[in-house]
Every structure is written in C-alpha cells, then in structure tokens.
Write a protein that binds this ligand. Structure first.
Ligand code: PLP
Length: 400
C-alpha cells in the first residue's frame, strides 16, 4: 500500500519507536516521585522541554506536555473563558481544525467571530487589520497550515497584528511542525502541536502557553506541569516525539539541524534565527519537487480538474483536488484503495461524516463541489516513483 494520507496521521519512524522503547525501559519512575528513579524521569522531561523550547524559540517553562492538539486547543479556550469577561469574543479563522472551532464555540457560545478566507484558502489579513481597529477579542486563533488544503497561513503577520493590538494569539501549528522550519512559532502566545503528524506516537503533543500569571487548567487533580495539566507525564511519548522531530528537522530544516536545534540534548537557551535559512529553502524545494511534477501531469490525466489553493504557498506534501466527477468517496477512494493507494476525502475528522467540509465552504465551494474533493498528502519518504504511480492509478480509475 502506498500511503498518501500523512495529514491524517503518519507512520511511526524507526527512531521514534526506538526512543519510545529505550525510554520505557530506562525511565520507569514517575517524574513526580521523590526517589532517584522519579528524579531521573523528571530530569529527562526537563531536558526534553529545553530541547523543544530551543526548537520553537520560547522558554522551557512555557511548554506543557499534552495528549495532543485536541487537548491543547480545549485547554486554551477553557483557560481563556475562565479569565475573560462575560461578553468577551474570540476570533477564529473559518478554516480552523474542528478541535479549535468546537472548543471556541463551547467555551464562548455565540461569541465566536469567524475570520474569513480568500478563494485560495488564505486568511484575510485586511479583514483582521480593520476589525482590530474597531474592537479587541480575548483571542485570535489562526492555524499555521491548513490540514485539508495544505495552504500556509500568514501566522507571522497575524502575530504582529495581534501584538500591536495587545491581543493574545493562538496558532495551531500541527501541520507545520516537522514539515517546515518552526522559527518564530514560540513568539505566539499559544501554540499547539502533536507528534503523530511527524512520525511520532499518537496521543502525545504539547501546548506552548504563558508561564506567568494564573492558569486555569482543563485537567485537574495533580500539580504536574506547574499546575497547568494534571496527570502523570508520558515520558516515553515525549522522548519518542522529540526523536521523530529531530529526524524530520534534519530533512526539512537542515539549517536548524546543523545549528544543533534538536540535536540530542541541545544546549538550552539557543534560539533559532527568525529567517528561512537558504539550506532550509532548498530542502523544502527538494521535498516539493515530486508533487510539482504530479500537479503538472494532472490536467492531462483528469481534464477539468482544479487544484485548491494552487496559486498560494502550500505545504510541500499536500495536494487537494476538486475532481471532475461526482462521488469521490466511493468512486475514487475505494477504487484507489483497491489499486494500493491510501488517500483521503479531506480531513480525517471530516471524512467520516456527511457534512460538507467547512474549510471548502469558507473558500466559497458549494457542498456539491466539496463532495468531489480528494486530498493526497505525502510523507518524507514518499518518492517521485510513488507520485508517478499515483498519477497512473488516477488515469486507470478515470478510464473506468
Ligand atoms: N489541528 C490540525 C490542523 C490537525 O490536522 C489535527 C489532526 O487532524 C488536529 C489539530 C488534532 O490533533 P490531535 O490528533 O493531536 O488531537
């Protein structure tokens, strides 16, 4: 089976698996226990926190280990709702992942404003600029890269606008981290990430959040994570996540890798430069090359096909395609599956339900069009031959 559904989840990398096994054998103590085995587990978690902080460009104390991005999002909105005025609003991009949209609506009922996006799927910065001149929300949430289309969002610009307005900014960086250099993400007030989108284990993630001031934790019942998240920490999960990140950073961000960011136990306190280094740009171009070839071939294979967000900067691994014929789910996904290709109809969450994708609706697509969208998302190990074989399979299905 050739796997083209990496935006849903990724296979566990061998380095991540090994790190998990080693950690499970080595760090048997509970990090909160007072004996030496507990202290050893606590020390390794501390070192891991320093390592991730160096990668994101934030303080180690700003990081909270979580079970993944869904928990991180719920934590952000829960925390804010407890401290915000009863009439406070939150502004959330219309293309956020359901874990952000649902948490916002739950904790701020009828007080969520959707930030619109262009037809290409990019957040409307002018809308935000104008809106911030008139009022101040309790939070702005804009993801770094969209999971359905791969379209990159101008999170650095949003961060600047929010800073100037004194508004906290939450960036769901799940699809960005591991695929693109993360310089500057640590400057956002809140950042979520999860391991299983970059070759790490499922059920492991983090939240970057302010270390100072009162925090209203979602999970109660223990002093872990400086009182911001109760529950015994997942030491093997965290170490496995960092091993996966180190492996992918070496591939997609060699400049960061060569600076020692995320090399095993990097020097605490080093901060990545806020620019895309030349080596990183070259690495990203190289990773994007086979997809570009695939996209060039596509109109000849499927006349009338449309690539969503084609004119925009996108993740190097994602192609979201409006197919020329109806009934993607049955006709394309099942037939491609039979030919040995795992592809998706959109987001992992949205594809199990009949509701048309809110992302495609926000981009101006009708429900009928949304039902014709297929997503191909490659991984770090996907080859040009894999993309070529996918093109061939599409030709075969199209020919009937
Ligand atoms: N945010 C984005 C952009 C995602 O793609 C996903 C996963 O599909 C999530 C959040 C949820 O992450 P998790 O599976 O860690 O809860």
């Amino acid at each position: 089976m050739i796997y083209f559904d990496h935006n849903a989840t990724t296979p566990l990398l061998p380095a991540a698996r090994q790190a998990w096994l080693d950690a499970a054998a080595r760090f048997i103590g509970n990090p909160s226990s007072p004996h030496r085995l507990g202290a050893r587990a606590d020390a390794t978690l501390h070192a891991a926190r320093e390592q991730l902080a160096g990668f994101l460009g934030c303080d180690a104390l700003d990081l909270v280990w979580t079970s993944g991005a869904t928990e991180s999002s719920s934590t952000v909105f829960h925390h804010l709702a407890r401290g915000a005025a009863a009439d406070a609003t939150v502004w959330v991009s219309a293309i956020e992942h359901p874990c952000v949209l649902a948490a916002a609506r739950h904790h701020f009922p009828n007080r969520v404003r959707l930030i619109p996006v262009t037809r290409g799927g990019v957040v409307e910065l002018d809308w935000l600029r104008m809106a911030l001149k008139k009022s101040r929300p309790a939070l702005v949430a804009v993801m770094a890269a969209n999971n359905e289309t791969g379209v990159l969002q101008p999170w650095r610009e949003v961060l600047e606008l929010c800073r100037a307005a004194g508004v906290p900014f939450f960036c769901d960086a799940v699809q960005w981290i591991g695929k693109l250099p993360a310089h500057g993400l640590g400057g956002c007030d809140f950042v979520s990430g999860c391991a299983h989108k970059f070759g790490g284990p499922r059920g492991t993630g983090f939240l970057k959040c302010p270390a100072r001031g009162q925090f209203h934790p979602l999970l109660l019942g223990g002093p872990q994570e400086e009182g911001r998240r109760a529950g015994t920490e997942n030491v093997p999960g965290v170490l496995s996540m960092l091993a996966a990140l180190a492996a992918h950073v070496a591939q997609s961000s060699p400049a960061a890798s060569s600076r020692g960011v995320l090399a095993p136990w990097t020097r605490p306190g080093r901060r990545p430069r806020p620019k895309l280094a030349r080596g990183d740009a070259r690495a990203t171009e190289k990773l994007a090359k086979p997809r570009a070839t695939f996209e060039r071939k596509l109109p000849a294979i499927l006349p009338g096909v449309e690539i969503l967000g084609a004119g925009e900067a996108r993740l190097w691994n994602t192609v979201s395609v409006l197919m020329p014929e109806a009934d993607c789910r049955r006709r394309w996904v099942v037939k491609l599956d039979k030919l040995g290709f795992a592809v998706s109809t959109g987001s992992a969450c949205a594809s199990g339900q009949e509701e048309p994708s809110h992302v495609l609706a926000a981009m101006g697509h009708t429900p009928a069009e949304a039902a014709r969208v297929l997503r191909f998302s490659s991984g770090w190990a996907t080859t040009a031959a894999d993309w070529s074989a996918l093109a061939q399979a599409l030709r075969q299905v199209h020919a009937g």
